[in-house]
Write a protein that binds this ligand. Sequence first.
Ligand code: 5AD
Ligand code: SF4
Length: 437
Amino acid sequence: MAKYYHITTYGCQMNVHESEKIAGILSGLGYTACENIEDSDIAVFNTCCIRENAENHAFGNIGMLKKLKANKRDMIIAVGGCLTQQIGKADTLHEKFPYVDIIFGTHNLNKLKELILKKQKQKKAVIEIEDSEGSICEGEKPLRTSYPNAWINITYGCNNFCSYCIVPYVRGRERSRRSEDIISEAKELIAQGYKEITLLGQNVNSYANGTDDISFPELLKRVAQTEGKFRLRFMTSHPKDFSEELAKVIAENPKICHAVHLPVQSGSDSVLKAMNRKYTSADYIKKIEILKKYVPDCAVTTDLIVGFPNESEEDFNDTLNLVKKVGFASAFTFVYSKREGTVAAKMDGQIPEEVSKARIMKLIELVNSQTREQTSHYIGKTVEILCEDYDAKREKYLGRDEYGRMAYFSSADNKIGEFVSVKISAANGMSLAGELI
Ligand code: 5AD
Ligand code: SF4
């Protein structure tokens, strides 16, 4: 009889890719993916704890499975990801949801197969969280679900300890994969027909720091030199480590997209200092100038946090001014979320919710107006789009240009995985629409 799995993923791209690794393990055990959790024989929650709402979301969804599990006793429910890796959280989960069968962490994802086999033999829940700071968790082959895009981890963990961020506590110290493994994985994926490779890490710029391996710009260059037509992206860069050498590599290698995600978090120097970001707003602007000197058309995107402890109206205005000055192509905006165990959680001067809300609304309005202004310039232009998907509701194919702008178009044939030319006829705020030519 066919056995089905369902994975619910919360949080960032890193988690999306880790879910592909989980899918690889489950398909190795003979499970097939299913769309509805109700139909699954094993339901996995790959959680995130970077902000409180991501955590609450996961807790809510796991809670909703109580009834289903009561009627379907053989179903296995497994919870993994960053949330379980926080000190004491696995026990809290077990107490709150005793019907959860397996609780695992980010460091032992590759052992999920063993944990499932163990659970099938015993009645008791299997709770195993590892604190293996230095190791690299290489799972079985991922079951990739994002064709024509493929994600490749280059580093795991983070050493930066930004004062608001829980990542270094739940993902451990930064460690890098060997460059030869990364390069051969990229080659293999391109040979298989993948058209876009994204190198992933919390801070890709510090790749291989303190080891005998090649630097990040060199790694990027070598991957970019792989034969075949494909696009190369990377995520995420920390501004303090963004170098002139990297800007040159982007400029000199046509397969590397002219799009850089460079989270600034705030435009206020006192907030940046309290965040332990190790740069000032002037340093950040300087990095952008260096990047644009070599790659003038580079689209820069960012992450911004409002409502960090003690953020004054003046600090917030500094953020608005920086956003205006840089002219980001788009930005992810967040309200500061207090995370237990971080340095910022102990700071006085927490900002009232209504103040943060008003600030984020204002910030979103500014970011969106800039994005709209930029997309309006596309009208009448012909752009190369890598077709990624079909939107059944709109009855249109969609994909992105090298700068990351989404475009919709109609086609009688399936274009997924193809580079196509689209003449843009409309800009609808964030996305574009046009005709195939
Ligand atoms: N509160 C709000 N946003 C956060 N981020 C990380 N930690 C927090 C937090 N505690 C944001 C940062 C980071 C992005 C991935 O998530 O902007 O760049
Ligand atoms: Fe968190 Fe800072 Fe590391 Fe990014 S660089 S994961 S924000 S600690």
